[in-house]
Design a protein around this ligand. Structure first.
Ligand code: PAP
Length: 323
């Protein structure tokens, strides 16, 4: 059985707390626990708590924060390539993205660094700027993230495509021979906010509001914009994280090279992403499905679309946020 489906051992420190939290049946093997208003699988929750308590952000840190299934893998590849472009000028010859999955190159705080029971990782030796990623909601970030000048690049995606991507992903990760999650049940769960790091809308809203208050600290992005104007958005990200492209680089085609290297077509066809697995057991290929905007209309009924649109309008429109 892959690790991500195995019973997870929680340290004594967090066992008592977790047992007091509201609990729901999860989308995979583990239960979901509601902490600070958001739902986390057991394996992730220990990491959430530990990271919240122990992670010490530095002014120079860059944090990729995403709503699950909104293009995390893609954004990790973009920013990794951006920050390392001087080190690997020949992008199609010896670049780490050609042989390593983006999740290996930019690990999650709560799922990778802080996952181990009773172990606080030593991250101070990582050269600056340190690049981390997380699905943590705004309210659960470690205080140091808010107190320092570290930068947050936040990515989300329209809720219909996010939901369909999540539904496919979790069914793909189920053990062969076990029952798939039905679209209807999963849809109800998602609408009720009971999804990975859900409610979806609260996650987005937490970062949206802060990005309006502190645009130099939080850059708010949508998957749809990355698809529509990749070169424009990549240059925006480069400026935001403090490594803008020079005129020479633009003339030499560095922006286009990064986009090509990180494209769905290129990444999904690499051997490492067709055959490899994360250390927690998820196949790399599960992170590359179709990579399109609007694919959800091939799965959702008209009623489902109306329902999700209505929730989104009700929760987000008053804050000036639309998808
Ligand atoms: P995670 O939050 O579990 O890390 P994440 O990478 O956010 O997953 O989501 C995967 C989605 O991003 C998939 O969407 P889909 O199910 O609608 O197809 C995946 O195909 C898409 N994706 C992954 N890499 C790329 C890429 N290079 N370009 C565009 N989309 C991508």
């Amino acid at each position: 059985m892959p690790k991500y489906l195995q019973e997870f051992e929680v340290s004594q420190e967090y066992k008592d707390l977790i047992s007091t939290l509201p609990m729901e049946k999860g989308w995979l093997a583990s239960h979901l626990h509601q902490y600070q208003g958001f739902w986390h699988i057991t394996r992730q929750l220990q990491g959430v708590l530990s990271c919240q308590k122990h992670f010490n952000a530095l002014n120079s840190d860059i944090l990729i924060v995403t709503n699950p299934k909104s293009g995390t893998t893609w954004l990790k590849a973009w920013i990794f390539a951006l920050l390392n472009r001087k080190k690997y000028p020949k992008m199609f010859q010896n670049h780490p993205l050609l042989t390593k999955n983006p999740h290996f190159l930019v690990p999650f705080l709560e799922l990778d660094f802080y996952k181990d029971k009773d172990l606080v990782p030593e991250l101070s030796t990582i050269p600056s700027p340190r690049l981390f990623s997380t699905h943590l909601p705004y309210v659960s970030l470690s205080k140091s993230v808010l107190d320092t000048d570290c930068k947050i690049v936040y990515l989300c995606r329209n809720p219909k495509d996010t939901f369909i991507s999540l539904w496919h992903f979790t069914n793909k990760l189920k053990m062969e021979g076990t029952c798939a999650n039905s679209l209807e049940d999963s849809f109800e769960k998602f609408c009720n906010g009971v999804s990975l790091c859900g409610p979806f809308w609260d996650h987005v809203l937490g970062y949206w509001k802060k990005s309006l208050e502190e645009p130099k600290k939080i850059m708010f992005m949508r998957y749809e914009e990355m698809k529509k104007s990749p070169s424009f958005v990549l240059k925006q990200v480069a400026r935001f994280v403090g490594c803008p492209f020079s005129k020479e680089e633009e003339d030499e085609g560095v922006v286009d090279d990064i986009l090509k290297l990180c494209s769905f077509k290129n990444l999904s066809n690499l051997e490492v992403n067709k055959k490899g697995k994360l250390s927690s057991g998820e196949e790399h290929s599960a992170f590359f499905r179709c990579g399109k905007v609007g694919d959800s209309k091939n799965y959702l009924t008209t009623e489902m679309i109306e329902k999700l649109d209505a929730i989104t309008e009700k929760k987000l429109a008053q804050h000036g946020l639309r998808f």
